[in-house]
Design a protein around this ligand. Sequence first.
Ligand code: KIV
Length: 283
Amino acid sequence: MKTTVLTLKEQKQKGDKITMLTAYDYSTAKIMDEAGIECLLVGDSLGMVMLGYDSTIPVTMADMLHHTKAVARGAKNALVVADMPFMSYQVSAEDAVRNAGRLMQEGGAQAVKLEGGREVCGQISAITRASIPVMAHLGLTPQSVNALGGYKVQAREAEAAHGLLLDALAVEEAGAFALVLECIPAKLAEWISRRLSIPTIGIGAGAGCDGQVLVYQDMLALYSDMCPKFVRRFADAGEVMRQGFRGYIDEVKAGSFPTEEHSFKMPDEVLSQVEEMSKAGKY
Ligand code: KIV
């Protein structure tokens, strides 16, 4: 059954935890969908884990559309949420609606996500008025890394924590259907989750959120440039891949791959005919 924004609302009401992972390509999205993941986030984190930038700032609408299309083709049941990249929604509500519309219409997403609180509520209302579901994102918002002074835990002090609550209530009021809480103290995330009627999805925000999201390269040990404290490595796919690549290199060098099993056959007489043709100077 396809997950929808209503499914997530019901999950919160029932206390059934929401599962979300990032995905950026067809094959991985298909495997995650088959495994039963409920939401796939085409995160602008693709700038770092797929494209090798040192932040999400350089990610463009073209990048997001390219990867969203691939994920949407692989996701049969999971809800596909596409991140709105830096500067695709900050300047005006008009820009925001147009770009959100492209991620839905051209990309095949079923919802969009954008970062920020009270300052982007105009955009959230405008996008939702266009019948596009919006997931909000508060706490450590990576597109603001330069303003925040690095990738740091947010809202540890009372004033900042209160500001975060006001932002959370404001994005809910503006029409967001869910809220990502990134890198904030677990107690605060749990308290905010209880205050909201929309589901919260945490990353580095403890177990009290209504769901969890991780960047899949982090939880499979596929990305080693940084490893945040909140990540658990559920499998070492990086090592499995390294072993596979080494095995391939060794066997090609040794001549033990490919074998007959991986080769196509041709009757000997056909090759003899080709030899004759060649001798006769036909080719
Ligand atoms: O871009 C992303 O992957 C995200 C998650 C970290 C929530 O926004």
